[in-house]
Ligand binder design. Structure first.
Ligand code: NI
Length: 391
């Protein structure tokens, strides 16, 4: 079965929703108008709506008899990026844009909600979970902490993200890691400031921090098993205010990404030892702040198989990629997968064009993907919550 015909029939309406959402981006925990829009669409469909988890979160519940329950999750937030596009549905809010396609994610889930509310070819309970603040602020974790799954129980939870580089109509899902951890670190190197013409009177935090930056590269290159994955990227180097003064302090910041807890522990330990060891060698001190932000997004084996089977029904065998390499990016759906069994899948957003790259100022969600993603959600529900009650 290709895309579901009934869903294809309201493609134009989904495109209108998607473009409305694209034009009105809101960022972390401030998705008020977005939340209003989503809640209004769900209510129009007769779906029971709860609001307020993680401030702007929305949970729709559609019950059709006794049976299992399933959670389907979409993110809602945009990014602090000035949009470079000039098409009609470009962002009306300066400095903010939907550059990650969460406008498309909401629309696909609303499309599936419409189909499921109309056709009700399932038996059980569907939870439509719309979460704020996926980018950086872990809105998904906040919803879980505020009792998402206690108040709205599910047997399993599924997530989906558009994926540039995958052709439209193609899905990718695999057991195990899909996305990496996102940890952040800050190293404050304290030396002793002095006149720049008299460096012998200083303990130079800049040359010391520069050595640390270089040595941190050995963590991935020399300390990590070549068959494992680790990234350590220094992304900020702050020191000094003028030409002729060696400052007291240099501050480095960056991010590290891994899949496995043992590797994550090793990376944190090595950053600490390298920073402190090099600082000590130069008579300086280094203080490390290391924060584990997002865990790795790890699919449960059984649910990854269920997700692949649903994608197969929609796209056909040739368009379901089961062995795609995971991404070193991160995703706060990880917190939901730690709380309940589930799986996270990618839906193709098209190939080649720069405008399809996530977090790019020219990005736009590909409207052609809407019917595929919505059909996948609908298929997943009909498969996990069969109308005849058989499991
Ligand atoms: Ni995203």
């Amino acid at each position: 079965m290709p895309v579901i015909n009934r869903i294809a029939a309201f493609q134009a309406e989904m495109v209108a929703w998607r473009r409305h959402l694209h034009a009105h981006p809101e960022t972390a925990f401030e998705e008020h108008a977005t939340s209003d829009f989503v809640a209004a669409r769900l209510k129009e469909l007769g779906i029971e709506v709860h609001r307020g988890l993680a401030k702007t979160g929305v949970v729709g519940t559609l019950v059709n008899g006794d049976g299992p329950s399933i959670g389907l999750r979409s993110d809602m937030d945009a990014l602090d990026i000035p949009e470079a596009n000039s098409f009609e549905h470009k962002s009306v809010t300066p400095g903010k844009m939907h550059a990650c396609g969460h406008d498309g994610h909401m629309t696909m889930l609303l499309g599936a909600a419409r189909y499921l509310a109309e056709t009700r070819r399932f038996r059980g309970t569907v939870r439509f979970i719309f979460q704020p603040a996926e980018e950086n602020e872990a809105g998904g974790a906040v919803m879980v902490r505020e009792g998402l799954f206690e108040r709205f129980p599910v047997d399993a939870v599924y997530g989906m993200h558009n994926w540039p580089g995958l052709p439209v109509g193609t899905f990718a899902v695999r057991p195990g890691p899909m996305m990496a951890t996102a940890d952040v670190f800050e190293i404050a190197v304290t030396g002793r400031g002095a006149h720049a013409a008299m460096p012998h009177l200083s303990i130079d935090p800049i040359t010391t921090a520069a050595e640390i930056v270089g040595a941190l590269q050995t963590i991935a290159a020399r300390n990590t098993d070549p068959l494992e994955a680790a990234v350590v990227s220094v992304t900020q180097f702050h020191a000094g205010d003028t030409d002729n003064v060696i400052p007291n302090v240099a501050v480095l910041r960056g991010t590290s990404r891994t899949f496995r807890p043992q590797v994550q522990d090793m990376v944190e330990e090595r950053i600490n030892r390298i920073a402190k060891g090099i600082a000590t060698a130069h008579g300086a001190t280094a203080d490390l702040r290391y924060e584990r932000r997002y865990p790795a997004t790890v699919n449960h084996d059984r649910e990854a198989g269920i997700a692949a089977a649903a994608a197969l029904q929609v796209a056909g065998e040739a368009k379901v990629v089961r062995d795609m390499a995971p991404s070193m990016g991160a995703e706060d759906f990880a917190f939901m997968l730690k709380a309940r069994p589930g799986a996270y899948a990618w839906v193709g957003n098209g190939t080649s064009e720069q405008s399809r790259n996530l977090h790019n100022p020219s990005y736009d969600f590909n409207d052609e993907a809407l019917v595929h993603g919505a059909s996948y959600w609908a298929q997943l529900v009909e498969q996990c919550l069969p109308a005849d009650g058989a499991r």
